[in-house]
Design a protein around this ligand. Structure first.
Ligand SMILES: [Zn+2]
Ligand SMILES: [Zn+2]
Length: 604
């Protein structure tokens, strides 16, 4: 608030502030220059240079963004040139290349031209860290919009955007593409590869990136897509010249890219050389980091303690009553939970099948990793970051804050730890299991695995003395792992594009998933088969399935999936009409009572 106020007034030198009452603050922050003078008169604000060291320091920047490095400046100019011939440009900048600084300069430029700017971020990356940084430059010209806002707050921003005094900049999550703009000139989509830009459930299932591009077209605005690991779709369009392309290959302040060391867990297991869940290599690296006062991040993309429990006598596994999945054991609360419907179950005393009492657990989640760290490093202060510990924005930021200020030595987390966070103290990143992601049966699993490894690795080596990334995997010789090891984005993209072309996947086609749901599994089978037959009458062999999705029953509803792969130039209108016609025919059947059909266009 202090900073904001100072910048609002264009106060251009270092200043120190003495504490003021909350009501004073509120008055100041809502006021203009007059309030500022009043504040100086009340001696709430002093500008004595000698006090700078002792008192809480606020650096006022007089609305000037900081100077760009040579590489950043070059990228900034290239982007501007690119915008002369392209409405959309991709900024492909390695992790820690200082993309945000480039964005800030682009925003300043757009504001000078009298434009409004929309700056989109995936929810989780929208931290106070970034907001403060932008506020320092743009002050109250920027409004923040996120999903935790109340309806009243949303309405207020919405109204303000329609008023004579709209925010010049909106920093927001995907839903801010629905806000009104009067003179939008620039949209920045940071971390454009993030799947969370797609709203999955509930409907409307939209991709904020696509909507943002439509919004830009309507306003004649330019769009900048930024990422260290662009989505293959975006990269492909840039390759074809449909988007402009600018790269930023130097890390900021001359940091080097961390080296990724691959540890072949399959071989070590075979030789009985794994130390529980850790390899000796990772333990050594962690030990060295901790003893020299550095921090460690461990990435395990699964929360809870164990993936599931199992009766050691008969092999029985507790499953959700309503979903076709095994339950995850959470030791912290000593319960079992379904990660699909959220249902909580007690841990059974005895096996319902054999009445035995000998339960084991299979697989590892973040809780188990934390346990293992304590076994090897009893003095290490650990903290977990997953949906269980960071379920609110506040909790999430608290963890980031605590870890950044070194109240903890080891951060154990799911994908949440990969999202563009800056921790200067981290010298070792351990990736415990990249295979689970890699083995998901989805055409994007290789791309996703590469992105996550690259993003998590990027958290290391922000400290001056570089960093180490240790990647434990059972698939040490898979293309994706080798490409991730060398941070070879171009090779990964080439491999994936070739495969997708061969098997007709995006970006070469458009995919629509059709889901048929029914309370009764047999009905679901029959109706999905009918639906597929009706679809084939129009779409022929573009229709695949029906299949059972990985989890074929969720919340007591059996789900079947039909995939349609369409040519990229297929008319959306014509496709929509066919889908509706087919759906109506299906619904007319007497057996269709109770069926639910829904569509996911461009599924993520
Ligand atoms: Zn049993
Ligand atoms: Zn369930």
């Amino acid at each position: 608030m202090f900073e904001t106020y100072l910048e609002m007034s264009g106060f251009g030198r270092q200043a120190t502030l003495t504490p003021v009452s909350k009501s004073d603050l509120l008055r100041m922050c809502s006021g203009t220059g007059a309030a500022f003078s009043a504040l100086v008169e009340k001696k709430l604000l002093t500008t004595h240079e000698e006090e700078v060291e002792r008192l809480p320091l606020v650096t006022a920047t007089a609305n000037q963004p900081s100077t760009l490095s040579e590489a950043q400046q070059a990228a900034f100019e290239e982007i501007n040139t690119s915008f002369e011939s392209h409405d959309t440009t991709l900024l492909h900048g390695v992790t820690s290349s200082g993309k945000t600084e480039v964005y800030i300069h682009l925003i300043s430029r757009a504001l000078k031209q009298g434009h409004q700017v929309l700056y989109l971020l995936p929810e989780i990356a929208l931290t106070t860290q970034l907001t403060t940084r932008l506020r320092r430059v743009f002050g109250q010209r920027m409004g923040v919009y996120h999903s935790k806002f109340s309806d009243a707050e949303r309405v207020e921003i919405y109204r303000r955007q329609l008023s004579d005094n709209p925010y010049d900049i909106i920093l927001g999550v995907r839903s801010s593409v629905f806000l009104p703009f009067q003179r939008l000139g620039l949209i920045i989509i940071d971390e454009e590869h993030e799947p969370s830009y797609k709203q999955q459930d509930p409907a409307p299932r939209y991709h904020a990136r696509s909507l943002a591009l439509m919004l830009a077209r309507r306003h004649g605005a330019k769009t900048l897509l930024g990422s260290a690991t662009p989505s293959i779709e975006t990269y492909h369009l840039a390759q074809q010249g449909r988007y402009g392309y600018v790269s930023l290959t130097q890390r900021f302040r001359g940091l080097s890219m961390p080296e990724v060391e691959v540890v072949d867990v399959r071989r070590l297991k075979f030789q009985h050389r794994m130390k529980g869940i850790f390899s000796q290599q990772l333990l050594d690296a962690m030990g060295k980091a901790l003893s020299s006062g550095h921090q460690v991040i461990l990435f395990q993309n699964r929360r809870g303690y164990a993936n599931f429990m199992q009766c050691r006598t008969c092999g029985w596994v507790p499953r959700c009553d309503r979903c076709d999945v095994s339950l995850t054991y959470h030791r912290q609360h000593h319960h079992l939970s379904c990660h699909y419907c959220g249902a909580i179950y007690q841990v059974p005393d005895a096996c319902p099948q054999c009445e035995g009492h000998d339960f084991g657990d299979v697989g590892m989640g973040t809780e188990k990793v934390e346990d293992a760290v304590h076994q090897h490093f009893p003095d290490a202060r650990t903290i977990r970051m997953d949906i269980d510990t960071a379920h609110t924005r506040h909790a999430f930021e608290q963890i980031i804050d605590d870890f950044a200020s070194r109240r903890y030595d080891v951060l154990i987390g799911t994908q949440m730890v990969s999202k563009g966070l800056d921790f200067a103290g981290v010298s070792v990143v351990g990736i415990l299991d990249a295979d689970t992601m890699l083995n998901i049966p989805d055409f994007r699993s290789a791309e996703r695995t590469f992105q996550v490894i690259a993003q998590v690795s990027g958290r290391a080596g922000r400290a001056e003395d570089g960093g180490r990334v240790i990647l434990q995997t059972r698939s040490a010789d898979s293309d994706t792992i080798v490409q991730a090891q060398h941070n070879d984005y171009l090779a990964m993209t080439a491999t994936q594009l070739e495969e997708r072309q061969e098997f007709h996947y995006p970006p070469f086609t458009r995919v629509i998933n059709v889901y048929v749901r029914h309370r009764d599994a047999k009905h679901a089978d029959l109706l999905a088969a009918d639906m597929a037959r009706l679809l084939r009458a129009s779409f022929a062999d573009r229709v695949l399935g029906p299949d059972r999705p990985a989890v074929a029953r969720v919340k007591s509803m059996s789900v079947r999936k039909i995939m349609i792969k369409l040519e990229r130039n297929a008319s959306p209108r014509a496709v929509y009409d066919i889908l509706m016609k087919v759906q109506n025919r299906l619904m007319q059947q007497p057996s269709a009572s109770g069926v639910q059909v829904y569509y996911d266009v461009d599924p993520m």
